[in-house]
Structures are given as C-alpha cells and as structure tokens.
Design a protein around this ligand. Sequence first.
Ligand code: ZN
Length: 292
Amino acid sequence: MIDELAIRLKARQFMAGLDLSNIDKDLTVYTRKVNAKLTTEEMHPGESGYTLTRRDGKSSIVVNELERRERQRFSACHEVGHLVLGLASNHQETPAWSYAKRDDNEIACDIFASELLMPFDAFKRDVDQDQPSFELVERLRSRYVVSFAACASRLAAVTDYPCAFVFMDATVVRYASRSKALRELNAWVEMRSPIPPGSVAHRLVREGEWSGEDTRVAQDVWFRDWPNGYDLTEMAKHYPTFEETFSLLWFEPDGGPDEPVKVWSGSVAQEDDGRLQELDGVLSFQKKTKKR
Ligand SMILES: [Zn+2]
C-alpha cells in the first residue's frame, strides 16, 4: 500500500531550500543532492532509465535519449525518487500510466517525480491564474516541460475549481485525479468502468477523432450516483495509435450541487479516508492497486 501523502511530503522536504528557478532547463539541483550524475544513452523502446550506485556512494542516473525530452526529465526525477526513498526498481514491461499493472515502488517514484517537476507552490500559483482548459495545460506543460498527462493530472489536483483529470485506455477508465473542491462534493469517477456514453471521450473513441470539447456534458455522465440537471465542461484528447484518451472535466464553483452528494455505494467511505485533503490530490489508482 502506497502512502501517497508521505511520499509527497518527502519530496517537498527534499526540495526545501533548493534553488528551483532553473529546473525547466536543468535538473542538476536534484541530481547533485543525491550525489548522482545524469547521463543519457540509447535504450530499447519502452525502457526509460536506471541508476547505478557505486561503492563510494556516487550514482549514475541514465535515461533513454531516444525518448522525448519531457519523458527523459520525468525518468531522471523518478530515479532521484528511487535514491531518496530507498526503493528498489522494478522496471520490466511497465508502460507509463498503466497503473493497474505497475509496481508500488514505481508508482511511488512517479509521485515523487511529479512533485519535483511541478513544485507545488509555483505550480498552484500558475494554475490559479486561469480557469482550467487545454490551453492552460499546454501553457503549463511548456513552462514545466512535462507530458500532457502529467501536467493535466496535477492541474486537476491543485485547482480551486471542481475539476478532474481522467485517463482512459482503449475502452476503460483507468485513473482520475480530482481537485479538493470536487472531492468535497463527493464526486466519484468510476475506475475500471467503460468510458461513459454521453461523454466527449466516448464520442472521440467511437468516431476516431483526436480532440473535442463540450461545455454541456451532464455531470451525472461522469460522477457516480450524481443528481442530474448540472452541466460541466469536458475537453478530451484521444490518441488512436496508443489507444489512450484523456479528459479534463470541470465546472464553475457554483455550477454543481450546493451540498456534498450522498453516494450510496458502500465502498466510498473506505476509499476516501480524508487524509489527503490538505494536500493536492487523491490519486485514485492507489486505492485500487493490489497490495503486494
Ligand atoms: Zn523505477
């Protein structure tokens, strides 16, 4: 079982006092602190990086130079996570975002990496400049040099709007991150359920389109046991080649129910224990991951 809160706090402790002004160009401030040197080499497709630690305590972090720059940066910070958290690697056959199949140590290091690449205070300040949108995600991902999914996921987690980021594979909802406001309304996106009919994501998958937006998607399309009569904005991107679809869902702060919704499914109370509400995101996959 992953303690997401503890990992995020460790990352923030690790970052405290460091000069983060240059991390969009250079991650040395992080690698130096773990006594590591960052290099690149050509690796097989699907391999992202590894760390070698010598007897004198110095490490080499190696990332795959054939992958995109954002991916290389994420891999480097993921490896820093292995060193700081003292977690062993298990890097076989685990495509990024396939959280259902990913090892707990790997998910922990991904969480760590997202903290390092998108420092909470600065990222939250930037998110608060504007309402959620794909344009905002694009702006932030170029500023922080991270993948679309990593950026949108963190945006949904930290914004003051009721907002969720949902990741889907070919047909099934795999992962969602929700903002505090959305969690407080008791809005649940059902994991491992089919992509809901009526959603923009569903239409894109069905029609093989790449991108779409609708400002009038009924909230009960996405949220479990939700009253009808409220609309939200959904912006979705679909990548047929990878069979991946992402949706960003949000509505105006007064655009949903006034009171938290009573959700009747019995499992909810166990799923949301409230520990993470001070911080910036319940990553719902963690609660679903099988314990090892
Ligand atoms: Zn790893």
